[in-house]
Design a protein around this ligand. Structure first.
Ligand code: SAH
Length: 362
């Protein structure tokens, strides 16, 4: 039997190793090798006695996901396609640091990780949603994506932000996401971690109970129920009102804000009225708005188009004029189909379940 050790807390690891390692410090040593030192196997853990390495190798694996493909794009982003132990495929994206500021302070790279292999939410504008539901990833599988990207891209602890914005809905997998956040804390401080949700209200309330909370991002996209439900069916379960009640109760540390993500789709949610409705909503909580012009996919998202740049800028200007802090995210990783809403864990539509294109135009 080969049980993965990645994803175990230190006490759990100590318990797993106890029959093979008499010294109590071995668990911390193995933990350090698996995380800080990015080891893939026990053979790499050169300061463990050889018999111990062999004994561990018979019963356990580190449990890193296997890299099946890497797709770099011109802008420096790179998509990693992973194969998990049961054959499930997920993707993670490495995003380089923004260019250095004039002051010379280097910024951090970002790793975008998946929390589920697929997604049940079926948002009309998201390719992952076209795959249908997938299983929850374990904490080890979530942490593993980060560790492999760190190893391959050659960055150490405290050099990255981690965003849970890959495949899946993190707050439908709160237990494992929460455990992954605990394990990540040694590498990435919670203030440099962001969990993004389509609006799973009980999940938001659950995450709010954590002592060390990540940043919260909410994929809002539309401020009014009728349109939001058409674009994001989950809104039928938790309405905009319920969502914002939960956001108003989200415990924010001083100076921190909730991020509201808005995917802009031509002639669907890019009108001045939509901007005004959004700005009324955004002002209810300390927030910043990220406008994400739709990443198109004629193959997967037929009929949906990105608004013209001027339209995006005008929408942003309307929000800004009403006092909303707004940033347009001209996506990185487009060349690698690694941008927001483009992760599907496979290279071509192939055998995927075809869902009829939802009609979202009014
Ligand atoms: N399920 C979570 C985590 C995924 S985050 C959530 O919805 O927040 C993925 C982000 O990409 C979301 O903000 C989503 O709104 C955005 N997105 C999805 N499809 C997109 C597309 N085609 N173009 C641009 N952004 C998209």
């Amino acid at each position: 039997m080969t049980t993965p050790l990645l994803g175990l807390s230190l006490p759990e690891l100590a318990q797993a190793l106890a029959p093979f390692a008499r010294e109590r410090f071995r668990a911390a040593q193995v933990q350090r090798w698996m995380t800080e030192r990015r080891a893939r196997s026990f053979d790499e853990m050169t300061d463990l006695p050889a018999p111990l390495r062999a004994a561990l190798g018979e019963r356990f694996v580190v449990g890193l996901p296997e890299v099946e493909a890497r797709t770099p794009s011109e802008d420096g982003a790179e998509k990693f396609l992973f194969r998990l132990a049961d054959g499930a495929k997920v993707e993670a994206v490495f995003i380089p640091a923004p260019r250095r500021r004039a002051s010379g302070t280097g910024e951090r790279v970002t790793v975008c990780v998946s929390s589920q292999a697929g997604c049940a939410l079926a948002c009309a504008f998201c390719v992952t949603g076209r795959m249908g539901a997938g299983r929850n990833l374990t904490a080890g599988e979530i942490l593993g994506q980060y560790l492999v990207v760190a190893r391959e891209k050659g960055f150490g602890p405290r050099a990255a932000n981690v965003v849970f914005m890959g495949m899946g809905e993190p707050l439908l997998n709160v237990a494992n996401v929460s455990r992954a956040l605990d394990l990540l804390a040694a590498e990435v401080s919670p203030r440099r971690t962001t969990v993004s949700t389509a609006g799973i209200v009980p999940g938001i309330r659950e995450l709010a109970k954590r002592e060390r909370r990540p940043n919260l991002a909410v994929s809002l996209t539309a401020a009014e129920d009728a349109l939001r439900t058409r674009l994001m069916p989950i809104n039928a379960q938790w309405s905009v009102r319920e969502l914002f009640e939960a956001l108003e109760e989200w415990p924010l540390e001083t100076g921190r804000r909730v991020t509201l993500e808005v995917v802009l789709i031509a002639d669907v949610n890019d009108s001045p009225e939509a901007a005004r409705a959004l700005s009324r909503l955004a002002r209810r909580v300390p927030s910043k708005v990220n406008l994400i012009p739709l990443n198109e996919s004629p193959e997967w998202l037929p009929g949906l188009a990105r608004p013209a740049d001027e339209k995006v800028n005008a929408f942003g200007a309307l929000l800004a004029a009403s006092g909303v802090d707004v940033t347009v995210r001209w996506s990185k990783g487009l060349g690698a189909a690694a941008a927001c809403g483009q992760l599907k864990g496979r290279e071509t539509p192939g055998r995927v379940l075809r869902v009829p294109a939802p009609s979202v135009r009014s």
